[in-house]
Design a protein around this ligand. Structure first.
Ligand code: GLV
Ligand code: MG
Length: 313
């Protein structure tokens, strides 16, 4: 599974943006058939999405289509048209407003049928599940376990805030009157389910697209907890997402150093807990370092330091 620091939302009804999206340095692009497309434009958007998937250059990006949610009349037609039309160009289908495991199971079954009917490799298309309401959050563990196709859990803050009656209209920002972090429980809950089942955890949109400081602040919050990436709605947000969800150079160097040193000490010197500079490192340190090193490698960082050999203390 490839890294997804930046996940670009592109309305399926906007050919100009479908064109431009191909040149942006994002990890994932998702062509949207849901809330950024008006009901009367859904049919045309489906056609655009199939055409752009087939004819566009999405190389180096995870290609995803967001279909409509299962309470609408559009979902089955979205999945069938997109997967029959361009399934070989598609990495994942994103299902919004997932409320229980049955929603994911429905999509899994439909994908399997289309893959069999069209000769696509069975199980090849992944699923991204958006958690966007109270019911989805309460059922998030079962949702995360619902299909081997699942690759990500995605927090949908706008719909979520509406669903629980949170008193603010500014998506991702703290509601006035509450002194702590109103998103902590939600983000942690999603993250725990994602990590339990080996999925990526992705933060949703920040709608004030001109406020890059605000975007950075909100992104840093979920990145600090361990989220893998965040949606970008506008080209100006791309670099911030790519930077915030990659480790800092210093942390990356330190992580690689710990891995290299620990390998040396455990194999050459056969020790399990040793000093590296002022810090004691052991097997748990290696696991933490692995996470940072993996994120740094996925982000294309290069090492600027090396382990110089045994350091005596
Ligand atoms: C995204 O879909 C959101 O509702 O925030
Ligand atoms: Mg939503």
């Amino acid at each position: 599974m490839r890294a997804r620091r930046s996940c670009l939302a592109v309305p399926g009804s906007n050919p100009r943006f479908l064109e431009k999206a191909q040149s942006l340095p994002v990890d994932e692009v998702f062509l949207d058939l849901e809330d950024s497309v008006a009901p009367l434009a859904k049919d045309e958007a489906r056609g655009n999405v199939v055409r752009y998937l087939k004819e566009g250059d999405w190389s180096g990006k995870t290609a995803v289509v967001r279909v409509n949610d299962l309470t609408t009349q559009w979902t089955y037609r979205d999945v069938i048209d997109v997967v029959e039309g361009a399934g070989d160009r598609l990495d994942c289908v994103m299902l919004p407003k997932v409320q229980d495991a049955g929603h994911v199971a429905w999509l899994d079954t439909l994908l399997t049928q289309i893959e069999r009917a069209t000769g696509l490799p069975e199980g090849g298309i992944g699923i991204e599940a958006q958690i966007e309401n109270a019911r989805g959050l309460v059922n998030v563990d079962a949702i995360a376990a619902a299909s081997p196709r699942l690759e990500t859990l995605v927090f949908g803050p706008a719909d979520f805030m509406a669903s629980i009656g949170m008193r603010t209209l500014v998506v991702g920002e703290q509601p006035p009157g509450y002194d702590a972090d109103a998103y902590h429980h939600i983000l942690m809950r999603i993250l725990m389910a994602a990590r339990t089942y080996g999925l990526q955890a992705i933060d949703g949109p920040y709608l004030q697209i001109k406020d890059l400081d605000g975007y950075r602040r909100v992104a840093r919050r979920s990145a600090a907890l361990g989220f893998d990436g965040k949606w970008v709605l506008h080209p100006s947000q791309v670099d911030v997402a790519n930077e915030v969800y990659a480790p800092a150079q210093e942390d990356y160097d330190r992580a690689e150093l710990i891995l290299e040193a620990y390998e040396y000490y455990t194999t050459v010197e056969r020790k399990g807990a040793v000093m590296l500079g002022d810090e004691m490192i052991d097997e748990a340190s290696r696991k933490m370092a692995l996470v940072i090193a993996a994120k740094g490698r996925a982000a294309g960082l290069a090492r600027t330091t090396r382990f110089e050999g045994a350091i005596r203390t």
